[in-house]
Ligand binder design. Structure first.
Ligand code: HEL
Length: 411
């Protein structure tokens, strides 16, 4: 796979911030054509359909590049070896990186580095399933039991319940990673079948009746992987490749399970142990078999920005299918979950749509505006560090709310 890159080169120990005022790359998606994948995947609409005809897109303030750089410095001060952010805004690109990609060699983190995206994978899985809905091969309100007889103990659990985390299926990773380092080391090189992961979940009672409550669970997206494989007759990696990666030209995006290596140039990931002061654990090499279709995709900031720009801009799914993804259940005062898609309501009143990821060694955020015209991806190459996770969320404020107007930092 080939990707076009510009303006590489972060300098160790300093924030590197570049603003490209020309389109940042050769177009990898040609809006004048439709893409039909070799697998028989659907035609993808050539142009984004207007979401609300006649409604002007709300004007966004310019990204706060100084604020973005400050957030990344704080993330590193709080224990991440490195942090990066990339904003793609209607052909303009803003990039910033701080710290190192590799603690051994001290190589500076670059905004071109690949990384593990964790649960951002859930959005890839959902796109594939909604394309299958569009092909009339899957119905969201049909019980999972219809497609995978006997897999789940309750035939009231529908595909929609699974994709919106309302199935009640217990999250087996709660037990797997009760102790972060020993839990991780126990599965680092393991290869699970999807059915083994579902069986781990079913050892525990369901958290709620089907549809009754939101309860985030990786088990749901393991079921999603089984559905993809059953309906397409292909491994999930092939479905991602033929339906998303190739049509969008995502040259940095891979699904290599059960291989343990990240192809090409990448940021190493460092797991923060539960014991305060214990040294970071290099978690880069792992099968991610405990997650698979719930969290094993590898990508880059550029590719995630393209992916969410295309999804939100209507170039991966027809409007009616995207609208299904955007039917949100409230999670808390500032977040909501649709189908494989999060919404975050920012302090300035702007809502952004995307997903977050937490996999050993990597925290990531990838979000875009409603129309996909501006997208942000941010990464810290550590995990299990709550301060880093919440500070990194500040990149969303800088990217979409602009510089604070008030002296007290309010926007
Ligand atoms: S958790 C989340 C995030 N999601 C979920 C999924 C993902 N990641 C996981 O389930 C990994 C859990 C273990 C991660 C590990 C660490 O921080 O490296 N933590 C521990 O071992 C804690 N004992 C909901 C945060 C999401 O944002 O969707 O990704």
């Amino acid at each position: 796979m080939v990707s076009t890159r510009v303006g590489r080169g972060a300098v160790l120990g300093a924030v590197v911030l570049s603003v490209l005022t020309v389109p940042a790359r050769a177009a990898t998606w040609d809006p004048g054509t439709t893409a039909r994948a070799a697998s028989g995947a659907p035609d993808i609409p050539a142009r984004p359909a207007p979401r609300e005809p006649g409604a002007p897109a709300p004007a966004l303030p310019a990204p706060d590049t100084a604020g973005l750089a400050a957030v990344l410095r704080s993330v590193v001060a709080q224990g991440a070896p490195g942090a990066l952010a990339r904003i793609d805004d209607h052909g303009r690109t803003y990039r910033a990186a701080q710290g190192v990609a590799d603690r051994g060699t001290q190589r500076a983190l670059s905004t071109d580095d690949r990384f593990r995206v964790g649960s951002i994978t859930k959005t890839f899985s959902t796109v594939v399933l909604l394309q299958l809905v569009d092909e009339h091969r899957l119905a969201l309100d049909e019980p999972v039991d219809h497609y995978l007889p006997g897999l789940l103990p309750d035939d009231r659990i529908t595909v929609r319940h699974v994709l919106s985390h309302r199935s009640g299926l217990y999250d087996y990773t709660n037990d797997m990673f009760a102790d972060s380092v020993s839990g991780f080391e126990a599965v680092r090189n393991k290869v699970f079948t999807y059915r083994q992961l579902v069986a781990l979940s079913l050892k525990k009672p369901r958290t709620n009746a089907p549809g009754a409550a939101y309860s985030y669970s990786n088990t749901n997206f393991v079921v999603a992987g089984l559905l993809i494989e059953k309906l397409t007759g292909q491994p999930v990696g092939t479905a991602y490749l033929k339906r998303v990666i190739e049509p969008l030209g995502l040259g940095d995006t891979f699904y290599v399970h059960p291989d343990t290596a990240i192809p090409g140039r990448y940021a190493r990931g460092y797991l923060t142990p539960d014991k305060a002061g214990a040294p970071l654990v290099d978690a880069t090499a792992q099968t991610v078999s405990w997650a698979q279709s719930a969290g094993a995709v590898i990508s880059s900031a550029r590719d995630l920005d393209v992916f969410f720009g295309a999804l939100l801009g209507g170039r991966l799914l027809p409007p009616a299918r995207l609208a299904e993804m955007e039917k949100f259940t409230k999670v808390d005062s500032t977040t909501a979950y649709g189908l494989g898609l999060r919404r975050r309501d920012l302090s300035c009143g702007v809502s952004v749509y995307g997903h977050t990821g937490a996999v050993q060694g990597y925290y990531s955020y990838a979000f875009g505006t409603k129309d996909g015209g501006r997208t942000l991806t941010a990464l810290a190459n550590t995990s299990n560090n709550a301060k880093v996770l919440s500070t990194l969320a500040g990149t969303l404020e800088s990217a979409f709310c602009g510089a604070p107007k008030a002296a007290d930092g309010r926007r």
